[in-house]
Write a protein that binds this ligand. Structure first.
Ligand code: BMA
Length: 333
């Protein structure tokens, strides 16, 4: 196999900790998790399922902060090192040309990516049920909301970091009003970030006997990472146990030009809720990734994931090892 190439900028200041001595885990947790506590803001009940990107030599992010009325809101944050975050106490509000669309109802589970000349935010946006909201910013101060990408109900809208075949591209997970036991990932294209179509099926929950952690529903996580082997996608999966839902995450490799074609998909999870901060909180047993930083020069990777719908943590890995793991444990035949 030729040498792996990762597309994207070098990120020498990526938050990082080496794999603990004696560990054989493909991904390992940061020793000082969780990095963001539930009550970091004066009025926050929980801060989790949040998205970060490199910004002006440091990092910026959009954070899901549920307040003490248990309203779901988004907040902007900045960090020099990706670990210690200054999250703004005021809620993020978008400007929007259309008041019907711009009227804020609720928003959660943001993702952020840089495309061409601006940062795009996608999130689960309340509009007669959850759908995919889209907005852009250049400075993380003013944010401009555009049309919702899809009809409700839809969640986990994740943009690709560049146009594919000349069009913007997004993964999403059509669903319904509740936590119903279904959910496949689809691929959609847009010429202009407003009209979305050419929908393609990407992947469905795995059979229970094959990979039970992802057998009930699945959803795309962080922005896919472009490599010479394909797009590296992290996705969460849900197991319905006798004691409630369990959210873990694993990995898949998607075709570079036709990303609805799955090259490989991990059978085992990478991270499942096992530590106290993942198992205990407002919603126990949740590990839910929404962002990844990658240093293309070294292949080091840092994933930000929400824990128990309460706090935010970091896990580390190496892109080449995760691709090998995905191929070696492939369940897509
Ligand atoms: C999902 C989303 C996530 C949440 C998860 C577990 O459907 O609502 O925000 O982390 O459920 O509660």
């Amino acid at each position: 196999m030729s040498e792996l190439k990762i597309v994207g900028a070098a990120l020498p200041n990526i938050p990082w900790e080496e794999r603990p001595a004696g560990s054989n885990e493909v991904m390992w947790r940061y020793s000082a998790n969780p990095i963001i506590k539930r009550n970091q803001l004066p009025d926050s009940n929980s801060i989790f399922n949040s998205a970060v990107v490199p910004f002006r030599g440091g990092f910026a992010g959009v954070f899901r902060c549920d307040d003490r009325n248990r309203r779901m809101a988004l907040h902007v944050g900045f960090s020099k090192d990706g670990i210690n975050w200054d999250i703004k106490p005021e809620v993020l509000r978008f400007s929007c040309d259309d008041t019907e669309i711009g009227q804020w109802v609720y928003g959660y589970d943001p993702r952020v990516t840089f495309i061409e000349d601006r940062y795009w935010v996608s999130w689960c946006n309340g509009y007669h049920g959850p759908t995919i909201g889209l907005a852009w910013t250049k400075d993380f101060e003013s944010f401009h909301q555009v049309e919702n990408a899809f009809l409700p109900y839809n969640r986990n809208g994740v943009l690709f970091p560049r146009k594919i075949g000349g069009r913007y591209a997004m993964l999403s997970r059509p669903s319904d009003t509740g936590h119903t036991a279904f959910g496949d990932i689809f691929y959609s294209e847009s010429p202009d970030m407003e009209f979305w179509g050419r929908h393609r099926h990407v992947m469905q929950p795995a059979p229970f006997e094959v990979s039970a952690w992802q057998c009930m529903k699945i959803g795309a996580g962080p922005i896919p990472i472009e490599t010479s082997e394909g797009w590296l996608l992290f996705h969460h999966g849900v197991l319905r146990s006798c004691n409630g839902y369990v959210y873990s995450f694993g990995s898949a490799l998607l075709d570079l030009d036709e990303p609805w074609k799955v090259i490989a998909r991990s059978g085992p999870y990478l991270i499942s809720p096992q530590t106290p901060y993942e198992c205990v909180g407002d919603v126990p047993n949740v590990a839910f990734p929404c962002a990844a930083l990658c240093d293309s020069a070294t292949g080091r990777l840092a994933i930000y994931y929400g824990c128990a719908d309460t706090v935010t943590s970091l896990a580390f890995g190496r892109v080449s090892e995760i691709i090998d793991f995905t191929r070696n444990t492939n369940i897509e035949k």
